[in-house]
Design a protein around this ligand. Structure first.
Ligand code: 3PG
Ligand code: MG
Length: 389
C-alpha cells in the first residue's frame, strides 16, 4: 500500500476521501477534530501542487438531498482551519462538479457536497463510482473513520484509479491501531454506546482477542436483559438480546472475563434528571431507564483495569451529551488517562468525552474512527485499506 508521499501529485486532480462527518449544531461545526486531523494531508497535497478535490459523507441522509446534512458549513470551517479559501460545489457528481474541477489551479482545494445524497454511495454502485472517478487522476484515502464502509468512494473509486494511496491520517491510525493486534497483555476492551446491532461480529472477534471485556452504555442493557433481568424503560433493541446472550455464552465457554455494570444511574428520561438515583443491576425500576453507570461500577472497572497492559475504549458509558449523565464517561476518561497501560480510545462520543475531560494528550492514541477502529482491531484490516492495495 502506497502513501500520499509516494504519489506524483503536481498538476494532478486528486480525489481525496476525507471523513468530515463532524457534529453540527444550527449550521456550525461543534467539534472540528476530524477536520484538523486531516489538515496535514490536505496541506501536503496542496504544497505538492495537486488540485485537491475533497469528498466526504455527513450523517445518514439515505441517498436523498437533505440540507440538514449539507457539507457547506464544513467548507467554511475547513477554510478557517486552513486560513485560505476553500471552494464548495453543491453536488458531488454531474456537470457543475466537472466544470468546477476543470477550473481548479494547482494547489486549490475544493469540497464536494455530501456523497450520501446519492444512493449509489452506500450501495457501492459501479456507475456512481465511475462518475466520481471520471474527474480525478489519482485517489488518496484519509477517511479512516469511514474505512470500514465498503461504499463507492471508499472501495469503488480506488479500484478505478491506478495512482492511489493512504493519506497521512490514515497512515497514523493504521500504525497506532496495529499495536493492538499484538497487544501488551492483559488486553482489556471497554465497549459502550447505544447500539449493539451491527457490532456483533466485531464483539465476537474482540471477545476472542481481548482478555477482558467491560460493557457499559446502552449496550449494557442488552446484556442485562439477556441475563433475564428487567431494564425498565431503558433503550433496548429486543432483537439484539439473543446476540448479547451469545456473547455471554461465548465468553463463558472460552473462559474470558466479561464485566457488566453492577449499578446504574436511572431516571425518567435523558431530559428529566429530577429523581435520578443509583440502583443495582437487579433493581432497575419498571418506569425508569438506565442513563449512566454508577459509582460502584466505576470502582469495579478501576479494579479490573488495574493490571491491564493495553486498554481499548469505544463508546460512552451513558447519555454523555446530557449532564449529569456524562459523569461515568468522564470519570472513565480520567481513570484511563491515569493508567500506565497503552490506552487507545476511538469513536465520536468517547473521544469527545476525553477532550471534554481535558485528558486527550494522556492517551497513547485518540482515534478519529469509532466503528472503524473497532473493526480494525477485530479483523486486522478494513475494506478501505484493502482497496488501496
Ligand atoms: C463515523 O462517524 O463513525 C464515520 O464517519 C462513519 O459514519 P457512519 O457510521 O454513518 O457510516
Ligand atoms: Mg459512527
Amino acid at each position: 500500500m502506497k502513501n500520499i508521499r509516494e504519489l506524483p501529485l503536481s498538476g494532478k486532480r486528486l480525489f481525496l476521501r476525507v471523513d468530515f462527518n463532524v457534529p453540527l449544531d444550527a449550521g456550525r461545526v461543534t467539534d472540528a477534530t476530524r477536520i484538523r486531523e486531516t489538515l496535514p494531508t490536505i496541506r501536503w497535497a496542496c504544497e505538492a501542487g495537486a488540485r485537491v478535490v475533497c469528498a466526504s459523507h455527513l450523517g445518514k441522509p439515505k441517498g436523498k438531498r437533505n440540507e440538514k446534512y449539507s457539507l457547506a458549513p464544513v467548507a467554511i470551517e475547513l477554510a478557517r482551519e486552513m486560513s485560505r479559501p476553500v471552494r464548495f460545489v453543491d453536488d458531488c457528481v454531474g456537470e457543475e462538479v466537472e466544470r468546477t474541477v476543470a477550473s481548479l489551479a494547482d494547489g486549490d482545494v475544493l469540497l464536494l457536497e455530501n456523497l450520501r445524497f446519492h444512493a449509489g454511495e452506500e450501495s457501492n454502485d459501479p456507475e456512481f463510482s465511475q462518475q466520481l472517478a471520471s474527474f480525478a487522476d489519482s485517489y488518496v484515502d484519509d477517511a479512516f473513520g469511514a474505512a470500514h464502509r465498503a461504499h463507492a468512494s471508499v472501495v469503488g473509486v480506488p479500484r478505478l484509479l491506478r495512482e492511489k494511496g493512504a493519506g497521512l491520517l490514515m497512515e497514523k491510525e493504521v500504525r497506532e491501531l496495529s499495536k493492538l493486534l499484538d497487544p501488551a497483555r492483559p488486553f482489556a476492551a471497554i465497549l459502550g454506546g447505544a447500539k449493539i446491532s451491527g457490532k456483533i461480529e466485531t464483539l465476537r472477534a474482540l471477545a476472542r482477542s481481548a482478555d477482558l471485556l467491560l460493557i457499559g452504555g446502552g449496550m449494557a442493557n442488552h446484556f442485562v436483559s439477556a441475563l433475564g433481568l428487567s431494564v425498565g424503560r431503558s433503550l433496548l433493541d429486543p432483537e439484539s438480546v439473543p446476540l448479547a446472550r451469545e456473547i455471554l455464552d461465548f465468553c463463558k465457554k472460552e473462559g474470558k472475563a466479561i464485566a457488566l455494570p453492577s449499578d446504574f444511574v436511572v431516571a425518567k428520561s435523558p431530559e428529566d434528571a429530577s429523581g435520578a438515583r443509583t440502583v443495582g443491576i437487579a433493581k432497575i425500576p419498571d418506569d425508569l431507564m438506565t442513563l449512566d453507570i454508577g459509582q460502584k461500577t466505576l470502582e469495579q472497572f478501576q479494579r479490573l483495569l488495574e493490571p491491564a497492559g493495553t486498554v481499548f475504549w469505544n463508546g460512552p458509558m451513558g447519555v454523555f451529551e446530557r449532564p449529569p449523565f456524562d459523569r461515568g464517561t468522564r470519570a472513565l476518561a480520567v481513570l484511563l488517562a491515569d493508567s500506565k497501560a497503552v490506552t487507545v480510545v476511538g469513536g465520536g462520543e468517547s473521544v469527545a468525552a476525553v477532550h471534554a475531560a481535558g485528558v486527550a494528550d494522556r492517551f497513547t492514541h485518540v482515534s478519529t474512527g469509532g466503528g472503524a477502529s473497532l473493526e480494525f482491531i477485530a479483523n486486522g484490516t478494513l475494506p478501505g485499506l484493502e482497496a488501496l492495495k
